[in-house]
Design a binder for this molecule. Structure first.
Ligand SMILES: NC(=O)c1ccc[n+]([C@@H]2O[C@H](COP(=O)([O-])OP(=O)(O)OC[C@H]3O[C@@H](n4cnc5c(N)ncnc54)[C@H](OP(=O)(O)O)[C@@H]3O)[C@@H](O)[C@H]2O)c1
Length: 345
């Protein structure tokens, strides 16, 4: 989308309509509005960006203003700064930033702690879209949560749910590199084969066609389970709690079942946490951005050399295709990261 002038911009913006909570999301709950934006007067530290490539993460952020039946939808993406009132984020910079699903956005002051300037970080051997995935917020989440909570030890066994997804693929590979035995689950046989044949998982199963308890019990074997890396937040945790060894860990990172507005069955065996002295800890990245530089130092060479693999899809389309693509992310159409590229880079 090109600007109408240096001061005016045609902006397509996705909105979600009231009533989207507590029901499975569908296309009708989203619409795209087209508006003409005038270059806004920026408050101190604010930036105005053109959004180039959105990362379609499974969670949705939206925030109905008082009295409104519609809200913009917010996600992370890579954007170009068009105007800046912030000395740390100059005009022209490429940034990873939270932004509304639109061609153009003002990034308000409260979101600036989540903005990272990419220009000095980008490795030309890696496509820019990878900074939405394996080298972006999802990759950082995996690297940081495994370091902070996972306490991975050689010879241990880890199980990862949604293992063929963006976070799951990386979690499995980082655990393998540390000498763990890695088990994953995914929703199609093709994804299960991918985990075993392409990413080197030791075992994998299809959680839709196989009984989870039987499949995981068999995959874990006599050695038992040491870490459950939970990306789903459903009753799979109940199976994992029964199989975990003493001093095992549950790293709670994702809630894919909730993103689908499913009502997961309650967990009835939390006593395992006490008797086995388990560590059950949640992770969010929002107070961890200061560690991004270290993440990039460690992970960029591994991704650039191909030692860490990743799959991604870049859908080149307008803002009006973001919601549909997002719904396809949730229903398992893709493997790994999905991006919608709105503009040429
Ligand atoms: N804590 C944090 O700071 C943080 C940061 C980033 C992401 N996250 C969260 O981590 C989770 C994973 O993110 P991601 O980007 O890697 O997503 P993802 O796994 O790529 O998500 C898409 C996949 O989820 C699977 N899926 C959808 N519904 C499911 C369900 N009910 N049960 C099991 N699998 C389901 C589908 O694969 P199948 O074909 O295998 O079903 C689909 O392809 C999300 O909940 C995300 O919000 C948390």
């Amino acid at each position: 989308m090109s600007p109408l002038s240096s001061q005016q911009f045609t902006n397509n913006r996705v909105v979600i309509t009231e009533g989207a909570e507590h029901v499975p999301l569908n296309k009708e709950q989203f619409k795209t509005v087209t508006e003409v934006l005038t270059l806004p007067e920026l408050q101190k530290d604010e930036i105005f960006v053109q959004n180039l490539i959105f990362s379609l993460d499974p969670y949705l952020r939206y925030d109905y203003q008082e009295g409104s039946k519609e809200s913009s939808v917010f996600g992370f993406g890579i954007s170009r700064v068009i105007a800046s009132n912030n000395a740390k984020v100059p005009t022209g910079a490429l940034v990873i930033s939270p932004s509304n699903w639109a061609d153009y956005s003002v990034i308000p002051k409260k979101s600036l702690s989540e903005v990272a300037v990419l220009d000095d970080v980008i490795d030309p051997k890696v496509p820019l879209s990878a900074y939405n995935g394996v080298l972006g917020v999802p990759g950082f989440t995996v690297w940081d949560s495994l370091n902070k909570i996972g306490d991975l030890k050689k010879g241990e066994t880890i199980y990862i749910s949604s293992a063929a997804g963006t976070l799951g693929q990386l979690a499995g590979q980082l655990a393998k590199r540390k000498g763990l035995r890695v088990i994953g689950s995914a929703g199609t046989d093709e994804k299960v084969a991918f985990l075993k044949n392409e990413l080197g998982f030791d075992a994998a199963f299809n959680y839709k066609t196989q009984d989870k308890r039987e499949a995981l019990t068999e995959a874990v074997g006599e050695a038992g389970l040491d870490i459950y890396y939970d990306l789903v937040g459903d009753d799979t945790t109940e199976v994992a709690l029964d199989l975990l060894n003493p001093q095992g860990r549950v790293v709670a990172v994702g809630i894919l079942a909730y993103h689908q507005n499913e009502a997961p069955k309650p967990i009835t065996n939390v006593y395992n946490v006490l008797f086995k002295r388990l560590r059950y800890e949640g992770y969010t990245l929002f107070d961890r951005f200061e560690h991004f530089a270290q993440f990039w130092r460690e992970m960029t060479p591994l991704v650039a050399s191909g030692d860490i693999k990743y799959t991604q899809t870049v859908v080149k389309a307008g803002a009006d295709k973001i919601a549909e693509t997002y719904l396809n992310v949730l229903n398992g159409t893709y493997k790994g990261k999905v991006n919608v590229q709105l503009a040429e880079i």
